[in-house]
Design a protein. Structure first.
Length: 154
């Protein structure tokens, strides 16, 4: 192995190996998202927008166009283009905001949810089975680790 590729400290080397495995998972998920985008006729950014909108719905967050722009790290103009593409494809609905009648909130359509489940359902079922095989303590450790990693990336 080349010098400097793996640290001499065993704890640091083990941590780096875990990070490499996490990167591999992220890459495989990204490839699955890309394949879904290709088969559904969407841009990868469109799929990321749908994912963030579904995350917002699960969290009880009202997803506005401005919120989505922040989540995607895009300008409002670029986000508007994404929203228009998703609306035209029937994947997103623009509804009146519950808190401010002058603004809009975005909601993923039932059609898009069904399409997502058709594609990702088998993968999600395998991931659920893998996760259910863990003990509650193991799930807590993994959950805490993933939360901390996400925060470290931010």
């Amino acid at each position: 192995m080349r010098e400097g590729v793996m640290p001499a400290d065993p704890d640091r080397a083990a941590a780096l190996e875990l990070i490499h495995r996490l990167r591999e998972v992220a890459l495989r998920l990204e490839l699955a998202v890309g394949e879904f985008a290709r088969t559904a006729g969407l841009h990868a950014t469109d799929v990321r927008a749908l994912i963030r909108l579904l995350d917002a719905e699960r969290a009880g967050v009202e997803a506005t166009p401005g919120w989505l722009a922040g989540q995607l790290g895009m300008t409002s103009q670029a986000t508007t283009a994404v929203i228009h593409r998703l609306e035209a494809a029937g994947h997103v609905e623009r509804l009146r905001s519950r808190s401010d009648g002058r603004s809009a909130r975005l909601q993923v359509s039932d059609r898009a949810v069904t399409l997502g489940w058709q594609f990702f359902g088998p993968l999600l079922e395998r991931l659920i089975a893998t996760t259910e095989a863990l003990t509650p303590d193991q799930r807590a450790v993994v959950g805490n680790y993933l939360t901390t990693v996400a925060e470290a990336i931010d």
